[in-house]
Design a protein around this ligand. Structure first.
Ligand code: PMP
Length: 278
């Protein structure tokens, strides 16, 4: 089921949100976030709602609701689904008025919830993409802006056409940035757990930060540093973190098969324990 809150009402289905004169439609002033409601648990919901407010601000929009108001709506929406539902929770802020520049006071807001069962821990395949992440001088990488996803979608389409699930995207200088819409971790042959250091080219996700903290509590330190693409070819584990799948192992990188390893399994187990505690 799809359920959307828009202009004071809840409605099911693919609710129409935009008008022909909306700035967002023509010129891309739209930001969103993705949170989860998993069997009634709302992991890091507050952080996701705070992030959409910041993202809106970065594009000259103004989120018309506070994080507390959005959280109340999320809870209202979740209550309309069965208690065991696994949902995606997507707040959207968009430029509803404005010719060349959005008018902040006319930012539209919608909240959509839909069924999206957590993927199994079986893992995904990945390949190196031709398409790169822009840096902050080229695109609003400090916002979770819909416009950025046109490029990630090109990378995803390219990966699918090659028979892979997920592209690894580099930054402009050729360092590993992230997957199309999740963060990347790897374990080196020497056993170091590594993730790219935030450099303004990729979204340093909420799940990424949570997993780094949970691994530290379990005694596993994650090194944040520049990662060369060649390291993917020798890594003993590669996994991702993100709101959609939480922690998922990469079981094939290009032509090489990888096992579901102990670090990804630990991260996943710790994340689920954390989530179920919220
Ligand atoms: N990078 C991109 C481009 C994303 O879209 C997402 C999903 N929001 C992530 C990383 C992971 O971020 P988070 O853990 O906050 O969901």
């Amino acid at each position: 089921m799809y359920l959307t809150y828009f202009k004071g009402q809840w409605a099911e289905g693919n609710v129409a949100l935009f008008g022909a004169m909306d700035h967002s439609v023509w010129l891309g002033s739209s930001v969103f976030d993705g949170a989860r409601a998993v069997r009634g648990h709302l992991p890091d919901l507050q952080l996701h709602l705070e992030r959409v407010i910041v993202s809106a601000d970065r594009l000259g929009l103004r989120c018309p609701l506070t994080a507390a108001e959005m959280a109340a709506l999320v809870r209202e929406g979740v209550a309309r689904f069965p208690a065991d539902a696994e949902l995606y929770v997507r707040p959207l802020v968009f430029g509803a008025e404005g010719f060349l520049i959005p008018e902040p006071g006319h930012s539209g807001f919608a909240l959509t919830l839909f069924d999206a069962p957590l993927p199994s821990f079986a893992g995904f395949s990945a390949c190196l993409s031709e398409f790169r992440r822009p840096d902050a001088s080229m695109a609003p990488t400090d916002a979770k802006a819909s416009a950025l996803y046109a490029n990630s979608t090109r990378a995803l389409r390219e990966a699918k056409a090659r028979g892979f699930d997920n592209p690894v995207m580099l930054d402009g200088e050729g360092r590993v940035a992230e997957f199309a819409s999740s963060n990347l971790f790897l374990v080196t042959p020497g056993g170091a757990v590594v993730t790219p250091v935030p450099n303004g080219t990729f979204l340093a996700g909420i799940t990424r930060a949570r997993v780094i903290g949970l691994l530290a509590e379990a005694g596993v330190q994650v090194e944040q540093r520049a990662v060369a693409p060649a390291e993917l070819e020798t890594a003993v584990e590669i996994f991702n973190t993100g709101n959609y799948g939480k922690v998922m192992p990469c079981v094939r990188y290009e032509q090489r098969t990888l096992a579901v390893g102990p670090v990804a399994t630990l991260a996943r187990d710790r994340y689920f324990a954390f989530m179920e505690g919220q």
